[in-house]
Every structure is written in structure tokens, then in C-alpha cells.
Design a protein around this ligand. Sequence first.
Ligand code: MLT
Ligand code: ZN
Length: 454
Amino acid sequence: MGTERLATRLAAVVGPAHVLADPGLRASYETDFTGRWTGRARLVVRPGDTAQVAEVLRTCRDAGVPVLPQGGNTGLVGGSVPTPAGDQVVLSLRRLDTVGPVDPDARQITVGAGLTLAALHGRLRPQGWEFGVDLASRDSATLGGMIATNAGGERVLKYGTTRANVAGLQAVLADGTVLDRLAGLPKDNTGYDLTGLLVGSEGTLAVLTAARLRLVPRPRHRVGALLAVDSIAAATALVTRLRGLESLELAEFFTAEGLDLVLEHTGLPAPFRARHPVHLLVECAARHDPTDELADLLADADVLDVAVAVDAADRHRLAAYRERHTEAINAAGTPLKLDVTLPTAALPGFAAELPGLLDGRARPYLFGHLAEGNLHVNLLDVAPADEEAVVLAVLGRVAAAGGSISAEHGIGRAKARYLHLTRSAAEIRAMRAVKSALDPTWLLSPGTLLAGPD
Ligand code: MLT
Ligand code: ZN
């Protein structure tokens, strides 16, 4: 079917204003945040509800047109932007941004897939509730995208990844069939866990349209601290001790090199007079004030410098040194982003070996979520001819250490050809069988996660 005819059909479903054919209007849907992943959409279509999503999918299925679901386009592995081929329809879920009432008995809320995380936090805060997942891209990241990628973020040590915070989903299959699992029952042993299957499926099995989310009562007190230590090994040991505090909610790290970029990019003042090798950002939250227990634990800890934040403004000020790494690195170049998990004991050895693995082919910046052994290995100045070898050197070392080649960003298009490094052939066969069962013509998110049909 020609693009004009397809546009007319889709306009009849969502309204002409929500079918974007003009290159200028499509542009923000076609390039990711880093600028590394860029492509061309055949059309961008913006449905306003689940019924329209289903009709759009039926129309595209009948026309044999591939569809790329997209939330806030904050993904970092190329799964949220179309390929350069120009054959995919980008299905933006951003207009599905409804928010239901908080159900205090179930401790749950139903939201549309296009709601941003910041909007959800903003809605819950005055009501005394909280969604456990939080991450730096909260202003743009949508709940649908976070669920599709099983986003992790900063509070996984306390609340788990997004998966642990989703009680149910509504989703539409490639043929337009709506699956409704929004009841959120705490006990429901009735067969396959379709919600669990769709979380982390990266838009390859269905288009997520709404979610039932688990909530927690908002802790009354929060305290934060920025700690300077002399090595990643020291930071890891400190996190092990801090985990003794039940109130510990977040333990994030970054190095001197990353902080230099953040200071240069943001103009923020340095957190300490001295330049320290490694920084650990921690936050504790509880019904009681956790300041004393944090101070007690730190009193005899091996730290070089400490800054404590007792109010929200101060906490945000300290968190900025960590959270603004992504934009500061982007400002310095187009990063090759690797996002790996290693067993905690293997972290210091990996960090020490990294320069040797890179062998002068990249400028590395390390930061991330230390409690989960999740390192963001951001590489600048990698020559295109070296990319493949550099990625294989790093991911191969991670796989050999028993880690994962994607901790929280997903596989996307960036890592699809490396999936075999940490998933067995039998597992990949099973995944492909599930994909073929739910999306028989492989029209959803082609090239993401699994390379393509046989
Ligand atoms: C973060 O932890 O800030 C995000 O995963 C983004 C990134 O890795 O750049
Ligand atoms: Zn992260």
C-alpha cells in the first residue's frame, strides 16, 4: 500500500492531525537522545486511546507495514527509533496519558502508557503515595516505555526493577487483539503470566496501552549524602555496609572523570575542595528520620569527604552530580553506551582491567547503580572501525565474569547481535517461538531484541 493511502486510512482512525508525514514534524520521533540512533519513519501516528491503537495495528497488519511503538523516546539502545529504511510506522503512545484514582486498599493505580514518570510522581506526592521506580529521565520517560524495557533506575535495591512494581497490563497484539490484565489481583493463579511476559519485551510482542502499578506509602523522611572514596573497591565495600540500613534506598556511583564533564557542562560548583577518584551518592528514606543511623554508620567508614543533604533542595543538588552524567557525556560527544551487570565481587577487577580491554581505542566514563553491580560504561571517541572490537572486548569480559550484557537499558537494536553472549541458544529459540506465536509476521519492533524471522 502506498504511503499516501496508508496515511488516509490511519487518519480516518486517529484524525488527520495525528498522522505526521512531514519530515519536520517527524524529526523528534526519529532520533534518540544521544544522537547515535537515527532513522526515518514512513509515518508517525498518535492514537488517543486503546481502541485507536488496536485499529491502527489492524490497519498496518492488513497492509503488511511494520510498526515501532514509542513512548518518551528516552531509550538508549536504538529500540525506540525507526531504522533508516523508512518503512516503519512509529506508533507514539504519548497521548495515552490518563491517570486513575489511587486505590488505597490495593495500594495500586491505573495509568495510561503515555504518562510520564514525573507526572505520576507529581500526582502521587500530595496524596502521600509513591511509585518505587525513579530515574534521571523522569520528565520524558513514559510508564509504557519503562515497562516495555523493564527500566531499573536508582531505587532498585529497595523496590526492584519496574517488573516488581507492575501488577497488571493492558496491551494490544499485532493483529489488534486487546489483552486486558488490569485487575491487579494480589493472588491470581490462572495460567501463564502474560503481564510478566510483556514486561521487558521491548515492544516486540505487543503494544502496551495501560498499566496497573503498585504503590508504597511515601516515606516521611529522606536524607542524602555524597561520599568520596579512593576506589571502586572501597565504594563497593561501603555499599555492602550501607545495605545493613533498612532505610537505604539508593547507592549510585561516579568517578572523577565523569564529574569533570558534569561540572564543565552544567557550571555547577565542585562538591568538594579536593578532586576524589570515586563518589557514592546515597539516600535513606523511612517513616522515622534516618539521619542518625546514616551518620553512625559513616562515623567509622573509610571516606575521604562527606556532604550531607537533609532537605529536598539539598538532595536534588547532590543528586545532580550523578543524574546529569548522561547529558554531560552527550555534550562531549556521541557515546557508545554499554550497560552491564557484574557480580559485585567482580566489579573492581573489571574496572581495573577496562583500560587494557579498550587499549587506547576509547575514552571511558563509568557511573551507575553500584548496589546491583550495574555499570554504565560510556565510551567516547571510538573510531567507527573499532566499535565492533571494543564492544566485543567489553561484553565478552562481562559474559566471562558471569554478568549480563544489558542490566537495565534492554537489548534494542544495539545489542541484538550480542544476545547469545549471555542467553543460551535454547533460550533464544524459546524467545523466537514466543515472538512468532504472538506476532506471526514479525511486524512489531523489527530488529529489536531478536534479529529477525528465520
Ligand atoms: C542513568 O542511570 O542515568 C541512565 O541509565 C542513563 C544512562 O545510562 O545514561
Ligand atoms: Zn542507569
